[in-house]
Design a protein. Sequence first.
Length: 482
Amino acid sequence: MNDFLDALTLARWQFGLTTLYHFLFVPLTIGLAFLVAILQTCWYRTGKAKYLRLTKLFGKIFLINFAMGVVTGIVQEFQFGMNWSNYSRFVGDIFGAPLAMEGLIAFFLEATFIGLWIFGWDKLPKGLHLASIWLTSIATMLSAYFILAANAFMQNPVGYEINGEKGRAELTDIGAVLLNPVATHQFPHTIFASIMFAACVMVAVAAWHLKRNQFVDDMRTGLRFGLWANIVSFAGVALSGHLLGEVMTQTQPMKMAAAEALYNTASGADASFSIFSLGTPDGAHEIFSVRIPYLLSFLSTGTFDGTVEGIRDLQSEYTQQFCGADSTLLTCPTDGSFVPIVWVTYWAFRWMIALGGLATLVSIVGLWMTRKNRKVPVWAWRVAIWTAPIPMIASLVGWIFTEMGRQPWLVFGVMTTSSGVSPGVPGWAVLVSLIVFTLVYGSLAVLEFKLITKAAKVGTPDLSADGDDDADADASKLQTVY
């Protein structure tokens, strides 16, 4: 019963669940804002009404998702004060800076330009109205960057010094925090992954209508647009992910070792990547695996003869460094272990890669099957529809890998997770709020899904009802008028 009401465990579960739930909306908002801006640009440049209809359809889905993301995101920052007061008190001077910038700069820009886009269809010149959705897209990405910069400090703390008298970390270089190499490499990886998710949602909506032979011209354009966007974005995810892996190896070598369940330091061919592995229950000994020689070395160091440190060597090194004579209660875990849960990091890393690759494979096959208006079997449309959540799940397990792989650290090398929890909050209080959040968020999830599916099933709008029957004017006329 004591373990069930352990405040630390419950606080971790609550923050993890609410964060992952909030992240259901974030990538779709970022990705759809960008793709809708491209669709509206296509309409502006060509004058073809199908692009305007697609813009309005997916713009509506974007707005529904954006509203829900705002509601769920508000809770996130309150948790730092409620459940993680020691953490907030110790590093709030640094961690709070990018969060404040996100609220004061990015979110205000986002709210302003999204308002202009919503209400400016018949009031703003088309070029200015187009600029508003592009600025909305840029603002969503800027917002993501500030959040990632705050998270990057937890992965690789920079730009601070410890004030021994006040017993806290203080900001010394905001530039170092904002240009943290973890943030600069994680940002493109996150953005490309977000576009993948949005592209697959577009594919699913188009496939649902094409399966029923509805809005064929519009949906075929939307389908192939989404398929291409997904493929191009996956290339960006793969490249940025490789570069992020190299940075991760430099800043958090234990995370990379846990991702491969590499217990002993290896180099060159021995630093292989296991596609599949079976081991003992504790994960310390391998029974069977399928491996690719040199690949782990390349992923970690960018070379085929690089060295990747193993879990045992890193545990010994960290024990001496963080639990020695000069250690503090903030840097030495209560159990003395610096090893994250290996099976979680191992499989999360592989599921992230596999799911992203699967979604892209479906897109490649989809482009081939829909070329030259060929007849597509019903089962293919069903596969396309069910592909929608795959990139989202890949992103979620990617964040599980990122955060669980950092354990036992709350801020790597500075503060352990166990030392950051609120000391005066009892476990039962955290449990009650966890149950309430779960019930409320569950209801919001059902509402979100119903609103989006309802908007998607309506299909592209009838422009004549909005007075846009001349939307198919040729591009030259459009440029002349505007």
